[in-house]
Design a binder for this molecule. Sequence first.
Ligand code: TXA
Ligand code: MG
Length: 343
Amino acid sequence: MTELLPATSDAIERAAAVIRAGGLVAFPTETVYGLGADAASAEAVARIFEAKQRALNDPLIVHVEPDRWSTVADAGRLSQAQLDRVDALARAFWPGPLTLVLPKRAHLPALLSAGLDSVAVRVPDHPIAQALIARSGCAIAAPSANRFGHVSPTTAAHVLADLDGRIDLVLDGGPTRIGVESTVLSLLHEPPRVLRPGGVTLEMLKLAGVTASAAQDAAHAAAHTNDAQPAPGMLASHYAPRAAVEISADIVQLLARHEAHQHAGQHCGLLITSGQRAQCVGRHPQFVMGDSVDDIARMLYAGLRALDDSGVDVILVTQVQPDGLGLAVRDRLTRASARRAEI
Ligand code: TXA
Ligand code: MG
């Protein structure tokens, strides 16, 4: 059985004991819920892969306390310029939704990084996540707390829907604030490379003086290949609901597609913004995400899951502008829609 506890101080203490004992705890971060285990324990890390049914070639992110990145990353293998870059990024974005790929320290289990010589590290900006790390005394390996390839969880209920009975404990800290995962930035490339767009936007990185390469290219490439992964874990069908996801250029096209699908006997769900509501009156089921790109990012996964749960065949959504968090939203929508090719 999986225990579900409101994240009180006592519950966090209990969760820390579970982590120390090699168990699995799902907990909220500012992005999505993570499935945590002691990063230094090969057995605990193996349990994460088993619970999620995660492909063994997909490396995990390690969550640490502020100023502790060098307990998992090997600072001795970084040049002075790279060290300065880590410092600048840490000052600008940690705690926060930025994950850095750095050289891995040798004591960590190979499985953690899928056999790579690198490790992905971040400092989450969430009091429950931070308390769990501090009280367990462990660096915590945590991928998103969903079944492999499925939509990431932004509530404790989402976690249970995917992992009930497969993990020890879920700390419920309410819905997450950002809603899409962290930005994964590799500092092992020159210039640094965005492997996954996320909570820290390209605009924010640029303001901090980091020119990162190939964010859109990587997302695009990942969305169009299933075998040769441009980066570990960048499978095209990641973040997919069960229903097919179809992206329209605008609301007019979406409504036309709705008619066409209905004509073909397909049951459709509409994933829309508040501004699109008036044009979608009488069309059900529909899920309204809000209006700003931040609202859309926060509600995207809840919307995909809710429409999926209502049993639709196709989820219809319009494309978003690739500015700010819009780039991450686009990336996830593209991956969700790539699922179609597999069916
Ligand atoms: O917001 C987030 O990042 C959430 C919360 C829980 O922190 N975590 C998350 O983890 O999204 P996950 O496992 O779903 O995604 C981790 C991704 C991998 O799929 C891979 O693309 C990248 O991070 N990654 C991890 N280690 C890497 C490495 N050594 N080299 C390259 N990419 C790596
Ligand atoms: Mg994930």
